[in-house]
Design a binder for this molecule. Sequence first.
Ligand code: NOJ
Length: 939
Amino acid sequence: MPLRSWALACLAILSLFLLSEAVKKEDFKSCSQSAFCRRNRALADSASEQSNWQSPYTLVKDSIRFSNNFLTADVKNTATNNVLILELQVLVDNTVRVRMDEKSPLRQRYQDHAQFTLVDDAKPVKPFKSGKNTDGVVKITLDESGCRKVVVTPSPLRIDFLVNESPVVTLNDRGFFNFEHLRSKELHKPKMITQRNEDGSETEVEAEEEKDLWEETFRTWTDSKPNGPESIGMDISFHDFGHVYGIPEHASSLSLKETRGGEGAYTEPYRLYNTDVFEYEMDSPAALYGSIPFMLAHRKNESVGVFWMNPSETWIDIVKTAPESHATGVQKVFNMVKSTGQKKSTKTHWFSEAGVLDMFVFFGPSSKDVFRQYTKLTGKPAMPQSFAIAYHQCRWNYINQNDVREVDEQFDVHDIPYDVIWLDIEHNDGKRYFTWDEAKFPDPTKMQNELSQKGRKLVTIIDPHIKRDDDYYICKEAKDKNLFVKQPSGPDYEGWCWPGQSSWVDYTNPDARKWWADKFKLDNYKHSTEALYVWNDMNEPSVFNGPEITMPKDMVHHGGWEHRALHNVYGQIYHGSTADGLKERLAVQQRPFVLSRAFYAGSQRFGSIWTGDNMAQWDALQASMPMIMSVSVAGLPFAGADVGGFFNNPSHELLVRWYQAGAFQPFFRAHAHIDTKRREPWLAGEPYTDIIRNVVRERYALLPYWYNLFQEAHENGTPIMRPLVVEYPEDEAVFAMDDQFLVGGGILVKPVTEEGATQTNVYFPPSDIWYDLHTHDRVQGMASQVVPAPLDVVPAYYRGGHIVPRRERIRRSSHAMSLDPFTLVIALDANGEANGSLYLDDGKTFGYEKKEYLMAEFNFKHGVLTYSIQHKNPVFASSIASVRVERLVILGHPSASKAVATDGSGKRDLDVEKSKNGKLVVRDPAVLITENGWKIELA
Ligand code: NOJ
């Protein structure tokens, strides 16, 4: 090995060693170590302690204006005389935006993130009615029905969102609103308090809240805080909503816990600050790799949502209270009735370090409405290529070209389908992204072509830290074009990551985004082919020698903005630039596939995320469910966890159980740390390999159903891995349930997450009939019951009323399945009916945006299955002209002994086979998927 490579290898090993030695809980701030967190919590404490507390903020009555369809008014802090401007806008689809900024700020506060976060221009619409009374109370009625209103009470400032005259959401309910106005350090007069000394004398000292206003030290790092204190905080109450969800990413429960008092409460607030946490803790509100400040609140049959659009460090406190009386000034003025239900209310308190207050309230009324409302603003989840939702094989690292070839071949030898093989950071030249280690990968093009011939793909890792090396073209160009993030004093910021000394491209700069996207052109990224896709890791950004393993907050971005103001959106912009690059690299654009570790609101537009470096432990397997569901309800449905666990070696049993869970989660990838033993599915031996094979094949059989769900998510933002509360909004038994989930609306899954378990408890929502996915037996008995779950069984069930399309031929990759016939599983409900849909497109390009797809519905009623096509693009349809239905599996005792198919070519009698468990199999109806109007009648 040449000397340089030795040095690099040593550095890599050293960095790994240091990483595992250094990154501990104490590397990350608790609230008490963050000055703005302390200040905002202290304000909440002091407000709560005073029975007569009144928020100092007041709406200035004669400043209220309705112009350009929205309300503006001055809001005065009566304690400081600082004035803010409030803007309240009604948007389409039961959404309201509330903004507040300083009226005459010392300097502008950061707002550019909106361009990275919102896709909708969020133009206000004219509300149905708006007006104010003589007390200055403003009332805005959203629409003609009059059931949704916003009421702004001037003194103290309070904003109520009402449904049928009852407040559902209130801002500044508890008076914690806090907007730290920008001030100049020179003119700042610290608040002094009198301290009594032991000898009875008194001394004037700086008040506690003056600490760390202008500079803050955490461990060995000092944050220069040139703007001083600039945080904003607001309390948001969800009246009579007992459950809130979302605000990922945390290794916590789906239904969020209290953070201040209460049974099982955390002592820290939930924190949103993208960080690379080594061996992260389970059941914790601590920040992880991604942040989406979106919260969904639910009570029986009603959901509302809130999006706090702020990419700076944010903390959220949650408490729950008994039902309350809402006879406040608002109700008195407008004669409103009291609260609606008996359930607990949830009171939250949000505070961010910088920026302006810019938030959205979504009225729902169902959770699916809220998902649509939120993704209308922040963007539709990307429609993936069909390979991306199949199975991915990764490890750190497949060491060379032979290794890749062998792993690829072994999948075929063992008859296990897979679509993508991944290369981690060891594949390139000294962690110089976009390059190859030529000794290990002498012919990457050939390698990709070989994979491609089997319909398979390659993913390479591209991280945002760029090795400082003038002989490395990426570094040289970025330096020459001045595209790196800067130090406050001007030079490029430098920190330490995998390649050693590195700099970070400033993706907030449009030139940098464009330049970066160009790097993915096939001519620019040497030896890349169409079969190569990308993995963006370490984009929090992870900086090994930075405060909290990330970039110091006082580093400077394009336009002079501090990193502090935009930290949480950095990784999202990077992810987006990479996705743009992949999209633009070919003449006929193909859908990008980019996996990212960091994320923010809007990341759903660019691809998938995963839950980072989890442990090969049972509790981490369990945690993958609430973690993925929390990301999913926050508009980002394409999420997964490292199957098998990243750190350490899973037992064969844990590995099998993890495959069983992963096969039913949206992003399905096995991955492992460089220090772990190899664990490709065939290495475990029997019976494990066989069980893994079966469950991976089950994933492939269900790919048509998954593809439907991705299309639905793309349209409406509906989670794919779906918490039961989304489908059963009236069943309180499921509101906090996160150890089982639904895939779409039609399949219930309860993965086993306990060592040695041979059975598990499953809750079957009693309003539906359920059928075992494997045996097709109808589930009998209680709603909650123990079911057998030996190692080879993952309890999974079809939901009565659903028709699930499957493709059951065993193939080596999803690509090889594209013309395979369908099996339709028709799971009947109590009325003997079922419905389902089918969405097909080329699985690759953006043709679907030009309506190049087929969309159809299956409907089973009165013993007849009918097929109706809603949309059929003739060119696309001709490419799948041969695709037919080869089998119907009808569950739920349909009474029939024969079946007749009727289509364009006439009537045909079909073979029917009835099993003891009430299942009817109709063989080879041979009806075509591109032919509208065929039917199959049972008789
Ligand atoms: C950290 C990622 O989370 C992990 O998945 C990856 O293998 C390592 N970085 C090395 O790239």
